[in-house]
Design a protein around this ligand. Structure first.
Ligand code: SAM
Length: 230
């Protein structure tokens, strides 16, 4: 994302939320080059089939946004609207960018988002962002390790976003799996950059016998995606 412009958020139709997202993305953009520099040793691997996640840099990321990009946010929001998702769960809040997209859908659908973040400063700042966007009533943020906090999530879950550290994707998914509704959608970010770190998850959801249909989503050219809502 080179530049943060209002058109990036038009799908949300919520000026207060869009202003908060614009502010957060402007902060995130400033971190892109330092983060890329940090990832430089892994970049060749990330481009050629993906890298492992070795957890060595976790402390470095404690003040980094590393968010989904606005096009992913719009896609998430629209998926949640199409599903009429009410019970939405997220692993990896960071400062709350992806959560805000999901929360707008939760508000539209009469539901809620449960999200979890283990860096206390991030969780506290995310909460402020939710308040500012006017969406705090639709979000419950659980501070702590997802493998503990998400044990208390109740079914049936309509939509899951897994965007914490890639090596935990399968473990967190297995924790939530018994609570997934038939027809639930599970989305995982960074699948291409960190494929080996989540290979166990990919093998599982791509084996039809386990009851899923799964593929990387990356349309080669743009398609207008429209949902009839009224
Ligand atoms: C890629 S960022 C999430 C970005 C966020 N979804 C967004 O789009 O703005 C991953 C986040 O997951 C958090 N995280 C990693 N492992 C975790 C765990 N075991 N429990 C809770 N949070 C975790 C990290 O601290 C980090 O903030």
């Amino acid at each position: 994302m080179a530049k943060v412009t209002p058109e990036l958020f038009h799908v949300l139709n919520d000026p207060k939320l869009e202003a908060v997202l614009a502010r957060l993305y402007n902060e995130a953009v400033k971190q892109i080059w330092p983060v890329m520099w940090r990832l430089l040793p892994q970049l060749p691997k990330m481009i050629r089939g993906g890298a492992d996640w070795d957890n060595k840099d976790n402390a470095y990321y404690e003040d980094k946004y590393i968010p989904i990009v606005p096009a992913q946010g719009a896609f998430l929001y629209m998926q949640a609207c199409a599903l009429k998702a009410k019970n939405i769960v997220e692993f990896g809040t960071s400062f709350g960018i992806s959560t805000l997209y999901l929360a707008k859908a939760a508000k539209d659908n009469g539901g809620k988002v449960i999200t979890t973040e283990y860096v206390p400063k991030k969780a506290a700042t995310a909460q402020q962002n939710f308040d500012q966007a006017g969406l705090a009533d639709y979000i419950q943020i659980l501070e702590g390790d997802a493998l503990e906090t998400l044990k208390e999530v109740e079914g049936e879950i309509d939509l899951v976003l897994l965007d914490g550290w890639p090596d935990l994707v399968f473990e967190v998914f297995k924790l939530l799996e018994p609570k997934l509704k038939t027809g639930a959608v599970i989305m995982v970010d960074d699948v291409e950059g960190f494929t080996p770190a989540m290979q166990d998850y990919l093998d599982y959801v791509r084996s039809p016998d386990n009851g899923y249909i799964s593929s990387v989503v990356k349309p080669d050219k743009g398609m207008e995606f429209t949902i009839k809502v009224k």
